[in-house]
Design a protein around this ligand. Structure first.
Ligand code: GDP
Length: 322
């Protein structure tokens, strides 16, 4: 399977992603082996671009147009998704076959729906591992899409080199309630639907956000002019070449100034720590002995027989020993 991935065999890649998505313990062990084997054999990093936006803003239309533009330049494009809603609906934002109809048939493109998971942490891990797999399979650009609902943007920003926020033209002069924290993560804000009747509203929205971005604290990883807001029309395919040119310039600048590698190193460290924390928490909920002790100690704390901190210390001791 690993050699198939390295040979850029799509079926091997799809099977490898299925393996990292599996929750079976034996699959997990194989997945870790697979990723460890591929890591030193991965030729070069892809450019990982996070794309977030609320439903209806035009994400799939943009990915279709933008992806086709890139494959038209001979670039290999992978599309992955972090879908916080899939846990609830059991479906997937990329499961709908009508989305990205042309891109999905393009031999230079690979589209993978979001795995259904019960919690976002699990989705994040699997997406991150899928990114490693598509990188090993020689993709040049990885687009990671997410629906803007708050937490998922942070997860996607933590696994990408560039983070793009897609917005729709605003009606009035309100900033669409985009949270400051989300704006602070954005490297580029693309205001979509800058066409037809919506064009002037889109241009106003761009100006509003350009102003708002200007007021944010300057980050060391930004060259002059970034983060920036610009209009696009995913439908009419306008502004996409400019957006790509800016993304490439930004990535190039960050590579030249060390921010690209630094960011990835910090991300890897972050994910390592997050996974350790998750593992410890999983033991709390899965290990029957620890659970039983937790329950027993909890009751004794509630009954006033033990102090909370002393009981916690006892339990932590047990975790250390088992
Ligand atoms: P998603 O939910 O964010 O993936 O949004 P979609 O890509 O499915 O688009 C939602 C709606 O917006 C669809 O009806 C699209 O045809 C429309 N749409 C997407 N991009 C554009 C655009 O650039 N201009 C206009 N006018 N409509 C667009």
């Amino acid at each position: 399977m690993a050699d198939g991935v390295l040979r850029r065999d799509r079926r091997a890649l799809a099977r490898a992603i299925t393996l990292v998505e599996s929750r079976r313990a034996d699959h997990r062990a194989q997945a870790l082996d697979l990723i460890a084997y591929l890591k030193p054999r991965t030729q070069r990093p892809a450019l990982r671009i996070g794309l977030s936006g609320t439903p209806g803003v035009g994400k799939s239309t943009l990915i279709e147009s933008f992806g086709l533009m890139l494959t038209g330049q001979g670039l290999r494009v992978a599309v992955l998704a972090v879908d916080p809603s899939s846990a609830r609906t059991g479906g997937s934002i990329l499961g709908d076959k009508t989305r990205m109809e042309h891109l999905s048939r393009d031999p230079l493109a690979f589209i993978r729906p979001s795995p259904s998971q019960t919690h976002l942490g699990g989705v994040a891990r699997r997406t991150r591992e899928a990114v490693a797999l598509v990188e090993a399979a020689g993709f040049d650009v990885v687009l990671i899409e997410t629906v803007g609902v708050g937490q998922s943007e942070t997860l996607v920003a933590e696994m990408t080199d560039l983070f793009v926020l897609l917005l729709a033209p605003a009606g009035g002069d309100e900033l669409q309630g985009v949270k400051r924290g989300i704006m602070e993560m954005a490297d580029m804000i693309l205001v979509n639907k800058a066409d037809g009747d919506l064009k002037s509203a889109a241009l106003r929205t761009v100006a509003d956000y350009a102003g708002a971005l200007h007021l944010l604290r300057k980050r060391p990883q930004d060259p002059a002019g970034f983060p920036k807001a610009m209009p696009v029309s995913a439908m009419d395919r306008v502004g996409l070449a400019e957006a790509w040119s800016d993304m490439s310039d930004l990535a190039q600048w960050r590579r030249a100034h060390g921010h690209f590698a630094q960011n990835r190193a910090a991300q890897d460290r972050h994910w390592f720590e997050a996974e350790v924390r998750e593992g410890v928490l999983a033991r709390l909920t899965q290990d029957p002995e620890i659970r039983a002790q937790m329950e027993k100690l909890g009751q004794s704390v509630a009954a006033g027989e033990r102090a909370p901190s002393a009981a916690a210390a006892t339990l932590l001791d047990l975790i250390r020993r088992t």
